[in-house]
Design a protein around this ligand. Structure first.
Ligand code: IPM
Ligand code: MG
Length: 351
């Protein structure tokens, strides 16, 4: 098949992990007879330096015309002074909005070889297989922001339609899995959460009677996530709760560097990014974990290009590379660590 993929390396470790993601995509295309056109574009802080805009027009248009977008990471101290007028993060939010990718899927599984890499006890971690469905284009991230001399305001709004479409995405996913959906909110305090709970209850009864629905308050969910993570199957939540809880959940897998994500809207086009940030503290040292990006590339193959066999193959290659202990310092513990590139090689050799 022919596909056009927009590649946004971004800032910090972004370009380093992206190099490995791109190598894997090229290798798969060659081996399976596909033609992937990869267009690399400036984005985030790198784009601010070049053009003054974190999401330049050409980057946006190319992403909108592409079959899929693969993104590394954005941000860094250089662009994050409190008084800064333009920020890399604004580019990311604008891109998610423009692509209409409201459903952010963040799967969490634990590799048996990494049971010791987490700060939690192995017996709590064994057999975890859960997926977060985070609402990505609404809520407090996108509400009106105001700053006055002695106060600041961020508005959180959700519409019925926004809630319905994200809950439907999560429920459809649950139907293909263990038919258990947990909806996370703060309905004891927030009006948006009370609407969320009402809409979710009604929709699930009417459209998904075969899926068990449980409501959970976000503080309690944060606790249960590390107390009994195996009990969770699909979790659906609003934008900011999803941001926070998925960083927490990444520690179940052993490292923030491992988790991929897929952001999807109505069509097939999607945005794929590891959930980690640009990690300025280790940028340029060639030690960042590339697996989150490589696994995001696998999600891209599956969801946007429909290349299931290729996606399975790439995920299997990462699984085997981890089994063979090709681990960057975030995962290696007391064992010997490899570089970003050697970790990428370990995957390529197994493709
Ligand atoms: C994420 C990140 C972003 C978010 C930041 C970089 C804006 O933390 O994708 O989880 O908060 O959505
Ligand atoms: Mg985050």
């Amino acid at each position: 098949m022919k596909a056009h993929i927009a590649v946004l390396p971004g800032d910090g470790i972004g370009p380093e992990v992206m190099a490995e993601g791109v190598r894997c995509l090229r290798a798969l295309a060659e081996r399976h007879g596909h033609t992937f056109t990869l267009t690399e574009l400036p984005f985030g802080g790198a784009a601010i330096d070049l053009t003054g805009n974190p999401l330049p027009e050409r980057t946006l248009h190319t992403c909108l015309a592409a079959d899929a977008v693969l993104l590394g990471a954005i941000g860094g101290p250089k662009w994050s002074a409190p008084e800064a007028k333009v920020r890399p993060e604004q580019g990311l939010l604008a891109l998610r909005r423009a692509l209409g990718v409201y459903a952010n899927l963040r799967p969490v599984k634990v590799h048996p070889a990494l049971l010791g890499a987490s700060s939690l006890k192995p017996e709590v971690l064994e057999g975890i297989d859960l997926i977060f469905v985070r609402e990505l284009t609404g809520g407090i991230y996108f509400g009106e922001k105001r700053r006055e001399a002695s106060s600041a305001t961020d508005v959180c709004t959700y519409t019925v339609e926004e809630i319905e479409r994200i809950v439907r995405s999560a429920a459809r996913l649950a139907q293909q899995r263990r038919r258990k959906l947990v909806s996370i909110d703060k309905a004891n305090v927030l009006e948006t959460s009370r609407l969320w709970r009402e809409v979710t209850t009604r929709l699930m009864r009417a459209e998904f009677p075969d899926v068990t629905l449980e409501h959970m308050l976000v503080d309690s969910a944060a606790m249960h996530l590390i107390r009994r993570p195996r009990d969770f199957d699909v979790l659906v939540t609003e934008n900011m709760f999803g941001d926070i809880l998925t960083d927490e959940a990444s520690m179940l897998a052993g490292s923030l560097g491992l988790l991929p994500s897929a952001s999807l809207g109505e069509g097939r086009r999607g945005l794929y990014e590891p959930i980690h940030g640009s990690a300025p503290d280790i940028a340029g040292r060639g030690i960042a974990n590339p697996y989150g990006t490589i696994l995001s590339a696998a999600l891209l193959l599956r969801h946007s290009l429909g290349l299931t066999a290729e996606a399975d193959r790439l995920e299997k290659a990462v699984f085997e590379a981890i089994s063979a202990r090709a681990l960057t310092p975030d995962l290696a513990g007391a064992g010997e660590a490899v570089t970003t590139q050697v970790a990428g090689d370990a995957v390529l050799n197994r493709l």
